[in-house]
Design a protein around this ligand. Structure first.
Ligand SMILES: Cc1ncc(COP(=O)(O)O)c(C=O)c1O
Length: 477
């Protein structure tokens, strides 16, 4: 209702009595949808004070509009809009605009916006929202707001809330073999922001970046936006395989804990070879550990960062998979010399991450809730992974799952080659039936070597998971 004084000003110069001006203002606002049906108007005393008119002027106007059917007034309940605005005409066509060359490059690199996928399909690689401790989280939110609200409402450190940086450093040392001081942890809104920031600060246009083939499209987009020369490097059962002839890299992007999208874990010899190679070429490595917490069959392999003796690895972690995607909290663990340039640049981009949510996450970790949430969800998702493998073996014998040891989704490959148009038609009809299949093709920089889909399983309860596998099997026959 704070817009009413502004709306009222539009009718001021018409020489009409004040109450008539107010009637016209309110009527226009209702008819144009600025005051939606059922919205509450201010009490006449309050509006009179806001508009600097007498209360009887407002009463007169409200009374007229009630008689005309625009408003409804109930004693004790207030004054409400009683009429819905007629449907508005379609928005005018957008004028063509010319972006800057940089803008066009960013847009070209941004890929397609994907419609949010429903949770009840294979389309989501997200955590199960029902497994999240909502009540506890709500209590911690209230508690942090009550105890530290004043400090949390102020602008914060661009590198992140100290308590969260400490909690993350301790957790990473215990669980992921990351060796770092809390000062090396920089909190961001997403892994994607971390990869973008790294690309912008460390890559000049034309410099070579190695990307896993197939690999994570988000990393490809970030590198493309920085003008990098993208160089695909094949993966095998041990992860990124640098054998063969390749242009010298300035940066290597890799997902060693759980390769995106195929799912293998990088072997120790490969890790050591990659670190050696980065040292030889004076190159950086981005280690994207997006869901390394979820390993079902073996002990998680310690991070590349923990093996790095030369400060070449930039470790990226996120809470998107272990807590929930819209939390928008992630972090980088940086070689010490990069912390200040990264934090300053980040501060010029968007300041810092949400202070209250950082404080709640820190409390969630320090209180032991994070560890128990991980234990609980690891067991839950492992049982769903087992069920998925059983149901696929039963209903979809023509699909192979080469790596299923971790994560919230796995890659299913077609063992009998199908023509591309047939594969596309199959994907389309499956998706019309609500299966949410994501083709692996999108993960290739070059022509896809394998046909298949990413199947999210972690957020699907058992009956639905079985039903989806049965439906997929019927389509594949
Ligand atoms: C390989 C990889 N890295 C990062 C992310 C996303 O993390 P964030 O939500 O923090 O950007 C994803 C999400 O699916 C991913 O698959």
């Amino acid at each position: 209702m704070s817009a009413l004084p502004t709306l009222f000003a539009r009718h001021e110069e018409q020489g009409l009595p004040l109450h008539e001006q107010l009637v016209r203002t309110l009527r226009d606002a209702i008819l144009h949808g600025h005051l939606p049906c059922h919205s509450r108007l201010p009490a006449s005393r309050v509006l009179a004070a806001d508009l600097a008119v007498s209360r009887s002027t407002v009463e007169l106007a409200y009374g007229r509009l009630e008689a005309e059917g625009y408003l409804q007034r109930r004693v004790g309940a207030g004054t409400y809009v009683a009429l819905a605005a007629p449907p508005s005409p379609p928005a005018p066509a957008a004028r063509a605009v010319t972006l800057s060359q940089r803008g066009q490059q960013l847009l070209d690199a941004a890929g397609q916006h994907e419609e949010p996928l429903t949770l009840a399909s294979f389309g989501s690689g997200q955590a199960d929202p029902l497994a999240f401790p909502h009540e506890l989280w709500g209590r911690l939110l209230q508690q942090q707001w009550r105890r530290h609200g004043e400090a949390l409402r102020r602008y914060g450190d661009p590198a992140g809330l100290p308590s969260l940086r400490q909690a993350i450093a301790a957790y990473l040392a215990q669980s992921r073999g990351v060796v770092c001081h809390p000062e090396q942890v920089v909190i961001l809104n997403s892994s994607q922001q971390g990869i973008l920031l790294t690309a912008q600060l460390l890559i000049d246009p034309g410099q070579t970046v190695w990307l896993e083939e197939p690999g994570y499209p988000g990393a490809r987009h970030a590198m493309q936006a920085a003008g990098a020369r993208l160089h695909p490097v094949a993966v095998d059962d041990e992860g990124l395989n640098p054998a063969g002839t390749h242009p010298a890299p300035r940066l290597i992007y890799t997902t060693p804990s759980h390769q995106y999208p195929l799912g293998m874990t990088m072997s120790l010899p490969r890790r050591l070879a990659l670190l050696e190679l980065a040292q030889q070429h004076d190159a950086w490595i981005i280690e994207d550990d997006y869901d390394g917490e979820y390993q079902y069959d073996a002990h998680p392999m310690p991070s590349l960062q923990g093996l790095d003796r030369h400060g070449r690895v930039i470790y990226v972690g996120t809470f998107s998979k272990v807590l929930y995607g819209s939390l928008r909290l992630a972090y980088l663990v940086l070689p010490a010399a990069l912390v200040a340039p990264f934090a300053r640049t980040r501060s010029a981009w968007d300041g810092h991450s949400n202070q209250l949510l950082q404080a709640v996450t820190a409390e969630f970790m320090n209180g032991g809730h994070f560890a128990s949430h991980l234990r609980h969800t690891r067991l839950l998702y492992r049982s769903r992974r087992d069920l998925l493998l059983d149901a696929l073996a039963q209903h979809c014998p023509s699909l192979a799952i080469p790596h299923s040891g971790g994560g919230l989704q796995c890659a299913a490959l077609l063992t009998e080659p199908r023509h591309e148009t047939h594969f596309t038609a199959l994907t389309d009809s499956a998706n019309q039936a609500g299966l949410g299949l994501r083709p692996l093709q999108h993960c290739y920089l070059q022509t896809a070597q394998q046909s298949g889909w990413l199947l999210g399983f972690a957020g699907l309860e058992n009956t639905r998971l079985r039903q989806l596998c049965r439906q997929l099997g019927e389509l594949l026959q």
